[in-house]
Design a protein around this ligand. Structure first.
Ligand code: ZN
Length: 226
């Protein structure tokens, strides 16, 4: 309700799945920070997000195992309903799954931005995803595209929540962010979850991703669009 103290725009009322939804646009001034503290965020499946600040604070977000479990659960219920040809129930279940996933993205993005705020971060860097345009359109066709789509949505949530508190989001070139050793710059492939380099550097592979994303080249036209 705090948001309603700002300049209000159009109110729209819609009905969806038997529920009334009121949407109102609000104009909020976003003072962009002038600090230089950077945080890299790596998005993934096993670990939904890992953040590393430029003073090496690490935080893991979300629960990949739980996400996988929920997905499997939804799938098995859907299959049972399919056998009984309960199409309406399947539609409702799909809506429920969508809402659940969206809610997870809201929680993870909220936690990431809160962590950035706590650490007085001015810039959050994320990987720019490839072929979003195509991915959005074919998102239901295969798992990989579906994943890209969910990374895209999570990125968007992080971006707008960050903006509201004056933190800028920049997108970087994803090339080699998971392979380059943050200590000596040699490229290695991570073995399973662990990243090891002959220089002695050793860390969780997603932490390495986030470390490299912090300082990877920023792509112009910061925002990505679908
Ligand atoms: Zn190394």
């Amino acid at each position: 309700f705090d948001l309603l103290k700002h300049k209000l725009g159009t109110l729209r009322i819609t009905q969806k799945s038997g529920k009334w939804i009121a949407q109102i646009s609000v104009t909020i001034p976003t003072g962009e920070g002038t600090g230089l503290k950077v945080m890299g965020v790596d998005l993934g499946l096993k670990v939904p997000a890992v953040a590393v600040t430029d003073d090496e604070k690490v935080r893991f977000f979300g629960n990949g195992r739980q996400n996988k479990y929920m997905k499997r659960k939804f799938r098995s219920v859907r299959k049972a309903l399919g056998k009984k040809k309960k199409l309406n129930a399947i539609r409702k279940l799909d809506d429920k799954e969508q809402r659940w996933m969206k809610d997870q993205d809201h929680k993870v993005s909220r936690a990431i931005v809160d962590f950035a705020k706590e650490n007085k971060i001015s810039i959050i860097r994320l990987e720019r995803l490839a072929n979003i345009r195509q991915t959005a359109r074919t998102s239901r066709k295969n798992e990989k595209n579906l994943h890209s789509w969910s990374f895209y949505r999570l990125s968007q949530f992080i971006e707008y929540k960050a903006k509201l508190v004056g933190i800028k989001v920049e997108y970087v070139n994803p090339a080699y962010t998971s392979q380059t050793c943050p200590q000596c710059s040699v490229r290695n492939k991570a073995q399973d979850r662990k990243y090891k380099c002959e220089c002695g550097f050793e860390k969780h592979r997603d932490v390495v991703g986030a470390m490299n994303i912090r300082y990877a080249p920023v792509i112009d036209g910061n925002s990505q669009s679908a």
